[in-house]
Design a protein around this ligand. Structure first.
Ligand SMILES: [Zn+2]
Ligand SMILES: [Zn+2]
Length: 639
């Protein structure tokens, strides 16, 4: 019999007869460690696949990323089997594993709802408990078409008809059969923990001209604990959803009458944003940035010159007045370059750091809009640094320090990535790219910051550093970016007079720290679950009276706090105290101050922190001092 040579990552080499199924090579280990699939020279295969050739075999354990994918995809088959046995006549289409779970699309004459889930889950549990072997079968296309025709599965027939291969693989478990490339778990009993999560409509093949199918989403994990943790995080994300909190805390709304993706800031949301913007202005001025302000619309010719009209037109809004076309700015760079060009610059003037809280508009597709996270009008904390090539390294280090300081204030851990030159379609010389990439790398290395490299992921005009922060639920969000740009200074003929008396091209760095204010506020809201730290809370203190006789003293406290610059609200209504406390708690205000007879008599106040901790009674001035200290950021009193 012909022998094939099997190699393993540890260097072991074994000879086996050709045609041996992968599971014949399994290491002898405990049940839990058993692999669920393998890679043969990188190609994922089932354990039941007979080996027709030798090569490098790498086992895929259940808890590895690929193993979990196999598990989830196998669970989608079990779900389809359950749905078909509960609802006869349902036709199956496709059911892949996706990020964090799986789905299956069904053609069914009723709309599924989450109320159907317990029944389907029970049936799935039954199929899992029966521990049905999952059998792979390779048949000819014709045979496969015949099988699915017989079973009344037109979608499968259509899929097979589109396949170029003469042979296709089928997976069978009990009375269920599916067209599938695999790999799959060897039996349904290997599924331990799953849950159906949601249902949605989806067109067959994603085409709206086709029939609307019912898509059921679910997820599966190697252990019950892992599933529970995932479900907890999902629930937590729902609880923290900034759209929900934005409504409850009266921060913002998005109104179809105004337009999708356009944010209306209500007083508390606008105050929160103003606090952030003031913070930003102060931090920028401290670091040698100059605040500039450009117009909202700029002439069309300028957008043609910058290349935006050619490359970015689909995302821009345009207008025309007196026969002159204008583009509403999607970026802030152009005005900053015109400011640079407003006079002759010497190398002694550089670096110039122009900062603008620049509001831009970009036409994002309606399907991609999402609360504050994806909008059409937003304000960036944008800056453009114009410097000599020699200054690039120091400027980038300065920005990295800036990022570190700001992330520390918000208590966000973060990671850094460098994106290098794409293979094709870039501008600028090799020398420029090398120098810029080197500047980014050496700045990171000299700052002793770990980073990842995204090869070829840079912009067409230069390499960049992306900063991703991690929120309380360990989700990553892109915030700061630092991009080196050779194209714009070239296109706009920016120059400075060097020490040699000659004209030179400055380098331009585009950078944001928080990114879009809208998005950052959305992230902050979810990160803090709406309980903003005292320095950012739109309302810092709420005063509650127990009964009417305390109102005169309470008014006095209120006036003193307002005078001291503390953001305070009052609830002196003639309502039950319990109700007033509950309402104040819902607003997640850092301090609640209940004023009763005792406080009036002793001219004291008894603050209660949002965390539930009651503080000892104190005088008004002491309280004012405490709040001010808590609101000071970077050593400066902030209110
Ligand atoms: Zn499958
Ligand atoms: Zn820019």
């Amino acid at each position: 019999m012909e022998q094939i040579e099997i190699r393993f990552p540890d260097g072991t080499v074994l000879l086996h007869p050709k045609g041996i199924p992968l599971r014949g090579l399994l290491p002898e280990k405990g049940e839990d460690d058993q692999p669920v699939a393998a890679r043969l020279d990188g190609q994922m295969l089932d354990l039941q696949t007979p080996l027709e050739r030798g090569g490098l075999v790498e086992w895929i354990g259940l808890s590895s990323e690929s193993g979990v994918e196999v598990l989830r995809h196998s669970t989608s088959h079990v779900m389809a089997q359950a749905v078909q046995s509960l609802y006869p006549g349902v036709k199956v289409t496709i059911g892949p594993a996706v990020r964090e779970g799986f789905y299956y699309d069904f053609d069914v004459d009723r709309a599924f709802s989450p109320e159907d889930f317990p029944r389907i889950e029970d049936k799935m549990k039954e199929i899992v408990d029966r521990n049905l072997p999952v059998v792979r079968r390779v048949v000819s296309r014709e045979e496969a078409i015949r099988i699915f025709r017989e079973r009344g599965e037109p979608y499968k027939v259509e899929l097979i008809e589109d396949l170029p291969d003469p042979q296709v693989s089928l997976y069978e478990q009990g009375d269920f059969i599916d067209l599938c490339r695999g790999p799959h778990l060897s039996s349904t009993g290997r599924i331990k923990a799953f849950k159906l999560t949601s249902v949605a409509g989806a067109y067959w093949r994603g085409d709206e001209r086709n029939k609307m199918l019912q898509r059921i989403y679910g997820t599966a994990f190697p252990t019950a604990e892992a599933l529970e943790k995932h479900l907890f995080l999902l629930e937590e994300a729902r609880r923290r959803d900034h759209r929900k909190l934005g409504r409850e805390l009266d921060l913002f709304s998005i109104n179809e009458e105004a337009g999708a993706g356009l944010v209306l800031y209500h007083p508390k949301g606008a105050l929160l944003r103003t606090l952030l913007e003031d913070f930003e202005k102060r931090e920028h001025l401290k670091r040698g940035y100059q605040i500039v302000i450009g117009p909202q619309i700029l002439k069309l010719d300028l957008w043609k010159r910058s290349g935006h009209y050619e490359n970015y037109r689909d995302k821009m809004y345009f207008t025309e007045v007196e026969g002159q076309g204008y583009g509403i700015k999607p970026m802030n760079c152009l005005a900053h370059m015109l400011i640079y060009k407003s006079k002759i610059r010497s190398y002694r003037d550089l670096p110039l750091r122009y900062f603008e809280l620049g509001t831009v508009h970009r036409h994002e597709k309606s399907g991609e809009l999402h609360g504050l996270l994806r909008v059409r009008g937003f304000t960036q904390d944008d800056a453009h640094i114009l410097c000599t090539p020699d200054q690039l390294n120091a400027e980038i280090k300065g920005i990295l320090d800036f990022v570190a300081d700001v992330m520390k204030i918000f208590d966000f851990p973060y990671t850094l990535e460098i994106s290098t030159r794409p293979e094709q379609g870039t501008i600028g010389s090799d020398e420029d790219w090398d120098r810029a990439t080197h500047a980014l790398r050496s700045a990171l290395e000299e700052s002793k910051l770990p980073y990842q490299i995204n090869k070829g992921e840079g912009a067409f005009y230069g390499p960049k550093i992306d900063v991703k922060l991690q929120d309380a639920l360990k989700r990553e969000w892109q915030c700061a970016t630092i991009q080196v740009d050779f194209a714009m200074p070239e296109r706009f003929e920016l120059s400075y007079i060097g020490a040699d008396g000659e004209k030179h091209r400055p380098v331009m760095v585009h950078r944001v720290i928080l990114g879009a204010m809208e998005r950052f506020i959305g992230v902050l809201t979810e990160h803090f679950a709406g309980a903003f730290p005292t320095w950012l809370a739109p309302v810092q203190v709420i005063l509650l009276t127990v009964t009417d006789p305390q109102i005169p003293y309470a008014e006095k406290v209120y006036r003193r706090l307002v005078e001291a610059g503390i953001r305070v609200e009052k609830d002196f209504r003639n309502e039950k105290l319990g109700l007033k406390i509950r309402e104040a708690e819902m607003q997640k205000i850092p301090y609640m101050v209940v004023i009763g007879d005792r406080e009036v008599q002793k001219e004291l106040i008894s603050p209660r922190a949002r965390t539930g901790k009651a503080q000892a009674a104190m005088g008004i001035e002491e309280f004012v001092q405490n709040i001010k200290e808590e609101s000071s950021i970077g050593g400066e009193s902030y209110r």
